[in-house]
Design a protein around this ligand. Structure first.
Ligand code: ATP
Ligand code: MG
Length: 419
């Protein structure tokens, strides 16, 4: 029988992969906590409408990437492709729209039917934050600052660039949309099929096209700057001033529109050149209309999401656990006493292990291979006297220690990793 393989675009997280994953989520959880964000967990699948009605009917996610299926009860459900719509749904369904402002952090798997490649998977993972309630541009800066601090804490701030843009308010967008339609109509025959469809329904989305031909046309497209209302221009000024005041470096990129329909005003991405085509590690912006689309009241909000896999590829190898203590019975009749010791060490907060098989030499070999900090060797005669040998595997020194004093002796070992 042929062995079963993981589904295309999914991965097992084992060893270094899992350590990296955990380091990214732990760091993000910790830093977002400093900013007052509290973790939420929403279900991994939702009513399809949560996404199809809000992400935009011409968005890549809705048109071709969603894992949507009819369940046994005949309901259409979708594995969540992103977190923001789900958080807004949860805000409304839990009656929290009157308890604002709210600061939400989440971490977990997302699902998109995409062509798998480096940094792009069908089950991938995101961390994200949402600041729901404040309409002030300072909130946009706070959300970006939190993202920046997470990237800094991960040691990758140097390898990413913050790019920002504004998508304006409704009036700015209406004016800009007209300008884009006029421009792209002149090149309509050269646009990709996807972008031809977007021209009618959402011309802004063409700016986000990954098609090579489209990108050449996009390069000379008008930018929103000339179409911003004074209000939208003022909002953008405030965001930029706040970022400067906070010492967060950024560049402006008028081509950032973000892939989903619900954004207005600020849009931003942290990008890197180190991951090939999958260069966006974190992306977000303001989405003042989304909660209302979800059936709640008009509620301003701003947030971002970041791909854990892409972050995990950029960070340095995280530190593993502290080196363990190996407990080694010398002879079968010391086995029970050795198990008692390993248990005592663990209950004392020391990482310790005991092998199940083999003679003294084999077990010593295994302890060294496991990178043990020290070995506790226990013979039956010694067990009877209430002592054991403590062998420091870094310095090589060995001494007899009373079993009562063992925990203290292990704690007193100088820090060090075996060669
Ligand atoms: P891209 O342009 O790379 O497709 P996106 O605009 O679709 O990204 P968002 O919806 O903004 O991405 O998601 C936020 C982040 O999640 C991205 O910046 C990226 O780091 C990560 N991400 C998105 N899709 C995937 C995927 N299929 N595999 C791995 N990470 C992903
Ligand atoms: Mg995408």
């Amino acid at each position: 029988m042929s062995s079963l393989q993981p589904v295309r675009g999914t991965r097992d997280l084992i060893g270094d992969d899992q350590r990296r994953y955990r380091h990214v989520t732990d760091t993000a959880r910790h830093v977002s906590g400093l900013y007052g964000f509290e973790e939420w967990q929403t279900p991994i699948f939702e009513d399809t409408g949560v996404f199809s009605r809000t992400l935009g009917e011409t968005s890549d996610v809705v048109t071709k990437e969603m894992y949507t299926f009819t369940d046994r009860g005949g309901d259409s459900v979708t594995l969540r492709p992103e977190g923001t719509a789900a958080v807004c749904r949860a805000l409304v369904s839990n009656g929290l729209t009157q308890s604002l402002p709210l600061k939400v952090f989440y971490a977990g798997p997302m699902f998109r039917y995409e062509r798998p490649q480096k940094g792009r998977y069908r089950q991938f993972h995101q961390i994200g934050i949402e600041l729901i309630g404040p309409a002030e541009p300072l909130a946009d800066a706070e959300v970006i600052a939190c993202g920046w601090q997470i990237l800094t804490a991960l040691g990758i701030a140097e390898s990413v660039t913050l790019e920002i843009n504004t998508l304006g308010d409704t009036d700015s967008r209406t004016a800009y949309r007209a300008a884009l339609v006029a421009y792209f109509t002149r090149y309509a025959t050269s646009l990709s099929e996807d972008s031809k469809a977007r021209l009618e329904r959402n011309p802004l989305r063409i700016l986000d096209s990954k098609d090579e031909g489209d990108r050449k046309i996009v390069a000379d497209a008008p930018t929103i700057a000339a179409h911003l209302t004074p209000l939208a221009a003022g909002f953008y000024d405030s965001v930029r001033n706040s970022l400067t005041a906070l010492g967060i470096p950024f560049v402006e990129n008028p081509r950032i529109v973000r892939g989903l329909d619900y954004y207005n005003h600020t849009a931003f991405e942290f990008v890197t050149t180190q991951l090939g085509a999958q260069g966006t590690v974190m992306g977000g912006g303001r989405y003042d209309g989304l909660v209302r689309q979800m059936g709640g009241p008009e509620t301003p909000a701003v947030g971002w999401a970041a791909g854990i896999e892409r972050l995990a590829m950029l960070i340095a190898e995280p530190q593993g656990e502290a080196a363990p203590i190996a407990v080694i019975p010398a002879g079968d009749d010391a086995e029970a006493a050795a198990f008692g010791i390993v248990q005592q060490l663990r209950q004392g907060g020391i990482r310790a292990d005991i092998g199940y098989k083999g003679n003294l030499r084999r077990r010593m070999e295994r302890a060294n291979k496991a990178g043990a900090r020290a070995a506790i060797i226990l013979g039956s005669e010694e067990a009877a006297r209430g002592v054991a040998q403590l062998k420091d595997l870094v310095s090589g020194t060995q001494s007899e220690v009373s079993l009562d004093a063992l925990l203290e002796a292990v704690r007193a070992l100088p820090a060090g990793t075996p060669a």
